[in-house]
Design a binder for this molecule. Sequence first.
Ligand code: 6R9
Length: 659
Amino acid sequence: MADDTGELEARLAEQDEFAPPESFVEQANVSDESIYERFEENWPECWNAAAELIDWSSDYETTLDDSNPPFYEWFTGGELNASQNCLDRHLDERGEEVAIEWIGELGETRRYTYSELHREVNEVAATLRELGVEEDDVVTLYMPMVPELPIAMLACARIGAPHSVVFAGFSAEALTTRMNSADSEYLITCDGYYRRGDALEHKEKADEGVSGVDHDVTGIVVDRLGEEYDHPMRERDHDYDELVAEQAGATVAPVDRDAEDMLFLMYTSGTTGKPKGVKHTTGGYLAWVAWTAQAVLDIKPEDTYWCSADIGWITGHSYIVYGPLALGTTTVMYEGTPDYPEKDRIWEIVEEYDVTQLYTAPTAIRAFMKWGTEYPDEHDLSSLRLLGTVGEPINPRAWKWYYTHIGDEDCPVVDTWWQTETGGMMVTTLPGVGNMKPGSAGPPLPGLDAQLLDSEGDPVDNGRAGYLTIQKPWPGMLRTLYQNDERFVEEYWSEYSDTDSDDPDDWVYFPEDGAKVDDDGYITVLGRVDDVINVSGHRLGTMEIESAIVGVEGIAEAAVVGGSHELKGESVYAYVITEDEYEESDDLHDAIVASVEEAIGPIARPEEVVFTPELPKTRSGKIMRRLLEDIANDDELGTTSTLRNPNVVSDIQQKVTDN
Ligand code: 6R9
């Protein structure tokens, strides 16, 4: 056996291109390669194909209104409701089929058929109305992976109240910032949840967050922990079960929303310390996630599809909730971690539920790889038809491991590049059409125009690194940053556009990623080129972390960079300078870690804190992050000749080695 595996690995190691399995192609939702040409010739009307996947209460008049770039509008004049699309329209044919298969960490399960989900969403929608929530009021959802989270999202969508989901692992401070920024007066939260068998209390953190909000907040609290935790209630808090019980059997007609009305806000990290409120709309976003879910994830109503992300991130919004439910399939929602109670938990679930597609992150795959093949080998994974990854670059070795040991060389692997801002997938192979190349996401989807440019805006040669740009609008794109059109233009459009022009051809979207492209047009995404790092697929702004660190008494200055990490992709390296009267100490180290956790959350915890008397700076006083990155990665150092203080570099290097 060991020999076989060795041989197999050796063979795979050499192979850098894989054709989609024949058995997959035969049944794929999309298998005709002419789709690329057809979409290009028929742009932008090609996107009517996406709009056709959803129900409209009033037909749209125009596919794309590009009269005021970069404020594009899609499917203008159309009206629809996302909750109606995810629920009501499936009731006749699929009312008794499973919509959400929820698996709790402690082994308990909850199953919602489409009619059951429809009932509870209606009751929650009625509850929100009763509390005074009106159309266009932003409702904040600060909840872990409990069924009430997607239920609340759909209830908000039903009454036309945009939701703003704040990842439960984020800190109280992060909640405050987001609620203030969105003027959100309503919060649905949870008493707590389970992590590796332990009850984690969440309500105190929520309350602390609310205490910083500059206006009154009405709360609804889901009781997940029961008697295990006697959670505090504020005066304006209500118990979820009690309120919903009062609305038993209530129905709320889905509100007609204009295609361009906001469906939700999602805050994400950017270059500056302040998170960006990405605005997604009802028509374009829903069409985009439905279309990509059927074309790339090959979702069919009879599937049991599982995306292992957290709904607190965009991946969960698009590919646990809206995409799969719009298509009427069964979507699996898992509360826990992949190694609890054992390292085979994922494979146990795949086997038990006959999961047909698995969509996860490279970080998870690298962990599975490290744990060893014995865990997947214990289970029958033959129900799987397709595998996907998202969130960060996947190294070819991890890709091949996934393809072989999970997919049994019989499932296509889609490596999907996209962002919070793009709403859904952008660059990936179509699994029934294109060959796969491990490590390369693939070509842009049909109807998308991606190009690599150098810093002057000129195209770069194939094989060379450049900046990824998107040259034409697409339905799922963000429309703006909440109440900040100026920052929207500045962040995404100023780099490569002629911002004085009203010709859409002069406007180019810049996602702030570096990439290279090969002769077949396959794009390998290299990573962020701004001050954002990607830890386990989670986007973190280095400025946010730095400002938490310099908030610690005794710290004068901090520079944060990403260092490569075997499992997480990148990890947080913090280089800090103490104030004169202070010295490096364990206490100071712990205070730094605590402050980062408090400001952002445990995901941003520094892996290394390096105390140094100086930071490498250019003559103009700018910190040379590139050098700090080289040190963190133990790479050969780039040039130090432009530094004001070149000697500091070897000192820091020595400290990192000693740590
Ligand atoms: C969906 C999501 C976006 C950033 C993006 C890029 C990185 C995502 C990737 C990938 C290489 C992939 N990224 N998918 N890099 N290959 N398949 O992750 O959204 O949290 O906004 O992060 O993630 O750097 O710019 P978001």
